[in-house]
Write a protein that binds this ligand. Structure first.
Ligand SMILES: *Cc1c(COP(=O)(O)O)cnc(C)c1O
Length: 437
């Protein structure tokens, strides 16, 4: 059951005197009354900022606007707001205006890897489809801060059709990831139309939706919405909990709806200084998630987006957190820690080192307890040359529907069927001096 707390009642009454529980739990009412100014924030929370601080905050909002749902606002611990993870993720900080020279407006080069507006095609078999540029709550750590509050960018059906057309014409795309903004900001009818379009494309095998609604506006997860999504299975949903405090009774009710409707639910967290950069908080977070049937998927190193310096931790903090999880808790409670490569290289997994040494027939490993152990490799292993000719191969591993594709990257170097022996950076002077080809 999602609870309507005393604190929520007070906030609701201040927003609109005649409001009641049914208004509060109506997602459209919540969106209509998102908190966008310092004045309103102060009025609803009773927090008062000093004159000088207020001036700086106002300036910050001119560059990076504010938007907090009444629900998410109600989770702020007002007595201790300066150290509150909900406050820090939702309320402006003057340090956002400090832009370091290592930071970029578009660190992941999403706009460069975009064949048509709205699509980022980075990996061979899947695309990111930005279907909405609005969110109910503006996360202060948003990697797409460059677009936040950019009303001109709410895509029209005609624009969405361009993305759909691209996917239709690109048969290698088997996985479409809807993101934004928050796709669940779209009206039910648009979501229905969009999923209908995508799922009718033969080569699209799965649709994924990335949304923070279960965290910032759980009332958006309605039975009507679930009934629409159900028509287009398989649909995977990824959400974005960063702190165990966000997993409230209302959030749990939203997750339950998604899981009961049959959608696999994953979670992507961002490692944030003073929000969740603590192994104990992270362990509590992943335990609470799996208890509620959410599988921790990624833990992101904070991107190099402009104005996020104060949120960033050293990579060592992430490795320390992974060290505290791997072996210590259930495998399915452990996310993959990734750094999204600046410049658009995609997600790179990062882990503590477990291989200590290696000889021709033995690997020396260490486990989470520090026990050092050895794995003896087989004395004989018959290498089989794989020229990708399944017809002639006697392994009988042949998949009836195995797909042939060109190998890339390190996979290509390992492949027997490809003659490449090295990957050479573009513009390598030594190679450019060569005359042999
Ligand atoms: C994260 C991401 C994906 C999906 O990556 P997975 O590792 O499959 O979850 C796809 N495209 C882009 C551009 C991404 O950033």
């Amino acid at each position: 059951m999602s609870i309507y707390t005393k604190k929520q009642q007070i906030i609701a009454h201040r927003i609109e005197e005649k409001s009641d529980e049914s208004n509060w739990k109506n997602w459209k009412w919540q969106v209509k009354h998102t908190i966008k100014s310092i004045d309103k924030f102060e009025w609803l929370t009773g927090i008062k900022f000093e004159e000088e601080e207020r001036k700086q905050l106002k300036e910050t909002l001119d560059t990076f606007p504010l938007s907090i749902t009444p629900y998410y606002l109600s989770l702020i611990d007002i007595e201790n707001y300066q150290h509150d993870p909900v406050f820090k993720q939702s309320f402006a900080d003057a340090r956002e205006l400090t832009i370091d020279k290592s930071e970029y407006a578009d660190p992941l080069a999403e706009d460069s890897d975009s064949p048509v507006e709205g699509i980022t095609h980075r990996y061979p078999d899947r695309v990111l489809f930005h279907v909405s540029n609005i969110c109910s709550m503006y996360c202060r750590h948003c990697t797409r801060k460059r677009k936040v509050g950019d009303v001109d960018h709410v895509p029209s059906k005609a624009q969405l059709l361009k993305g759909i057309e691209y996917i239709k014409n690109t048969p290698q795309v088997r996985d479409v990831l809807l993101s934004g903004g928050d796709p669940f900001m779209l009206p039910d009818s648009t979501i229905d139309w969009l999923l209908d379009q995508l799922s009718s494309i033969e080569h699209v095998e799965v649709i994924r939706i990335g949304t923070r609604m279960p965290v910032v506006l759980p009332y958006r997860i309605t039975d009507d919405l679930m009934n629409i999504l159900k028509k287009y299975q398989p649909v995977w949903i990824n959400t974005h909990f960063n702190h165990p405090r966000e997993i409230t009774s209302s959030a749990k009710a939203a997750i339950r709806k998604m899981a009961d409707a049959g959608f696999p639910v994953g979670n992507q967290s961002v490692l944030l200084a003073d929000v969740n950069d603590c192994p104990r908080i992270m362990k509590k977070l992943v335990h609470t998630l799996v208890q509620n049937r959410v599988r921790p998927y990624y833990l992101y190193q904070c991107d190099l987006s402009e104005g996020l310096m104060h949120f960033r931790t050293p990579v060592g903090k992430g490795i320390e957190i992974m060290e505290s999880l791997i072996g210590h808790t259930s495998g399915f409670a452990i996310p993959t820690y990734v750094i999204d490569a600046p410049g658009g290289g995609g997600k790179i997994p990062v882990m503590p080192n477990y291989i200590i040494s290696w000889s021709t027939n033995k690997v020396v490993l260490r486990n989470y307890e520090g026990v050092i152990t050895t794995y003896k490799e087989p004395d004989a292993y018959e290498q089989r040359l794989c020229d990708r000719n399944c017809e002639k191969c006697d392994l009988e591993l042949k998949l009836d529907a195995s797909e042939e594709y060109a190998s890339t990257g390190i996979e290509k170097l390992l492949s027997d069927s490809d003659k490449s022996i090295s990957l050479v950076p573009e513009g390598n002077e030594r190679y450019e001096r060569r005359h042999d080809d």
